[in-house]
Design a protein around this ligand. Structure first.
Ligand SMILES: Nc1ncnc2c1ncn2[C@@H]1O[C@H](COP(=O)(O)OP(=O)(O)OP(=O)(O)O)[C@@H](O)[C@H]1O
Ligand SMILES: [Mg+2]
Length: 337
């Protein structure tokens, strides 16, 4: 399956083209993946970079997208271009400056959306606004919603210690990539070479960033595979002819949690670690308080676990009032109770 990445932000000059050119070079030369770059930026910065620097085997396409036409035109056009590129590639990466006239549905064409942002307050505000306007895409329950990676770029050494991303309340669930540091090298290498070969802090930070993107890609591919398997199980004739309780078990399988994808990424992300803790807490609370809707869902549990569930997951109606009030005061009640 071809993996499709969109590198986008509404702000200009945040480093989209620098990241795009260097990431495709990394995928192609280091990861040995067949890689295509689609440059939708009229200035063609990332495609020019690749076309003039030493050849790293990336297929480069500088194409136009009717961004200002609005409606479905850009999406149809993008689909067509992506379809052509995916025929021959393991990875297709698109470099695009986002415009409000674009329909956010375009993002569903991608497996992953990278949003580069500097860590100055003004740019974080703009990034937060951009994500907020498109949050329904990233928080959607659709299995094919793209994975969102916020990528701090042009980060100065003194900014490294700040944990601005936890303070700045971003309105969506996202993964935080390791920061790419600011350095003159990034400017000097334009059309000449690639950050992965630079031995300064910028090159080193870029390598960490690229490795994190690869790890996120693997997670996303594993997720997609899981979703496909679940779909196959729920559509197979065996399932169709199985008992109603089994059908119930498949159709009521929990929808993927937007936080699921963050677990494996925690090592790359301060926010990931925070969310991982939150997720673990939520799961703990739920496993103690939510009564399983169907015993079939519990078949893999040991008797011991089942006993615990029976003991601790009584429904609201069976709770004594004081216990229910205690739960409210602990803020652990949910609609499921
Ligand atoms: N890590 C970095 N360190 C120093 N300079 C950088 C870094 N990343 C990008 N730059 C510089 O910042 C400027 C903008 O970078 P780039 O063109 O990649 O951003 P962009 O988001 O694609 O811009 P645009 O919106 O105009 O397409 C360029 O001069 C580039 O050399
Ligand atoms: Mg650009």
């Amino acid at each position: 399956m071809t993996f499709k990445i969109l590198v986008t932000s509404q702000k200009g000059g945040v480093g989209k083209s620098t990241l795009s050119a260097n990431l495709v070079a990394y995928f192609s030369r280091q990861m040995q993946l067949k890689t295509t770059l689609i440059d939708w930026d009229p200035h063609g910065s990332s495609s020019n970079w690749l076309l003039h620097a030493p050849n790293v085997g990336v297929v480069v396409q500088h194409l136009s997208l009717p961004v200002d036409q609005g409606g479905n035109r850009p999406i149809f056009e993008a689909r067509l271009q992506l379809r052509n590129a995916t025929k021959t590639s393991d990875i297709v990466l698109c470099d695009l400056t986002w415009s409000d006239s674009l329909a956010a549905e375009l993002m569903f064409e991608f497996d992953m959306v990278l949003v580069p942002t500097s860590v100055s307050e003004i740019e974080l505000g703009a990034t937060s606004g951009f994500l907020s306007r498109n949050r329904w895409v990233f928080d959607s329950f659709a299995a094919r919603r793209p994975m969102l990676l916020v990528c701090p770029t042009r980060v100065l050494p003194e900014q490294l210690a700040s944990n601005i991303f936890t303070k700045q309340r971003f309105p969506v669930s996202f993964m935080l990539a390791p920061p790419v540091q600011e350095s003159q090298t990034a400017r000097d290498l334009y059309e000449r070479g690639f950050l992965m070969d630079s031995e300064d802090v910028c090159g080193f930070s870029f390598l960490q960033f690229a490795q994190a993107v690869c790890a996120a890609r693997e997670m996303r591919m594993a997720q997609s595979q899981n979703n496909t398997q679940q779909k196959v199980v729920s559509q197979s004739p065996a399932t169709a002819s199985s008992s109603s309780s089994e059908r119930f078990a498949t159709s009521t399988a929990p929808r993927p949690n937007v936080l699921d994808g963050l677990v494996g990424s925690a090592q790359y992300s301060i926010l990931g670690r925070h969310r991982q803790r939150k997720l673990a807490e939520t799961q703990k609370v739920e496993s103690h308080h939510v009564q399983p809707k169907n015993p079939v869902l519990n078949t893999a549990k040991t008797q011991n676990e089942a006993n615990k569930t029976v003991d601790t997951s009584r429904s609201l109606s069976s709770l004594g009032i004081p216990e229910f009030i205690r739960r409210i005061s602990r803020n652990t009640t949910s609609a499921k109770l």
